[in-house]
Design a protein around this ligand. Structure first.
Ligand code: HH2
Length: 258
């Protein structure tokens, strides 16, 4: 899954693609490099981020959804807002990627009314406050419990199980140690029986482990995290650097048969 952020303040590539032509060119590049899904987002969810008003978010993402809807790869919309999700599915998005894990009843209703795939991600609280001393007794059990409960709620609302994927939400209300634990124990989440999405690309725990401040310079760590996730059962990795990740996964595939 290649990341196309059309926000002005993403932690990883903020502002690079808020010019529509640059965003289109970047999306085309991610597809050419081998992305199997294009994930388009118009609201940064980095720690401390302010929410983006729905009309602004929609005005950023909708033109791109329309532009990429008929390309050879499915388009996913990365949003926490039901109105944005509904309008983007209407415009041709075939996946709703909700970093708040379909906690909003209106989001569940949108999911029930359409046939899009759904990525249910775990986030502790809200982006503005999620990194304020996050605490878990057992991060993997608690994240897994939340994801199963949300999947059950969606299924009770009429969503077919096959439409659901789960994501531990690396960096969303987690310390460096929590993120490491979630990755090491990924097989426990895979065992829950849903496809697992992992987004570790350029995130701060990679910077903490490697002492690399600049997110765009965390390529080696990001590729290592993606390989580790796939080796431990992840079905989808959400990445900024598609070419390097695809190349690494091709080697992994030949050498380990994964
Ligand atoms: N991470 C980010 C955004 N969306 N979606 C899923 N399913 N999983 C993730 O781990 C995930 C996500 C945050 O990364 P990024 O888009 O690079 O940053 P920002 O939120 O600042 O735009």
């Amino acid at each position: 899954m290649g990341v196309l952020n059309v926000t002005s303040d993403s932690f990883s590539d903020g502002g690079n693609f808020d010019d529509p032509a640059a965003a289109v060119a970047h999306g085309e590049r991610l597809i050419a490099e081998g992305a199997a899904i294009l994930d388009i987002g118009g609201e940064s969810t980095r720690p401390g981020a302010e929410p983006v008003p729905v009309p602004a978010e929609l005005s950023h993402v909708r033109p791109l959804i329309l532009r990429f809807a008929n390309e050879k790869v499915p388009v996913s919309v990365d949003t926490r807002h039901a109105e944005v999700a509904a309008a983007c599915v209407e415009a041709g998005a075939s996946i709703i990627n909700d970093v708040s894990g379909f906690r909003d009843r209106a989001m569940i209703d949108v999911a029930a009314r359409c046939d899009a795939g759904l990525v249910v991600m775990h986030m502790l609280g809200e982006p503005k406050t999620m990194q304020d001393a996050p605490h878990y007794d057992d991060v993997v059990r608690e994240v897994g419990g939340f994801l199963m409960a949300q999947a059950a709620t969606l299924e009770a609302a009429g969503v077919a199980r096959e439409r659901i994927a789960i994501d531990p939400g690396i960096g969303f209300g987690k310390t460096v140690e929590h993120n490491i634990e979630l990755l090491r124990r990924l097989p426990e989440l895979v065992a829950l029986g849903y496809p697992v999405v992992v987004g570790a690309s350029r995130k701060r725990f990679i910077g903490a482990i490697t002492a690399v401040e600049e997110p765009a310079e965390r390529l080696g760590g990001s590729v290592a995290a993606a390989l580790f996730a796939v080796e431990h059962g992840a079905h989808v990795v959400r990445v900024h650097d598609v070419a390097a990740t695809v190349q690494a996964l091709a080697l992994e595939h030949v050498l380990s048969g994964i």
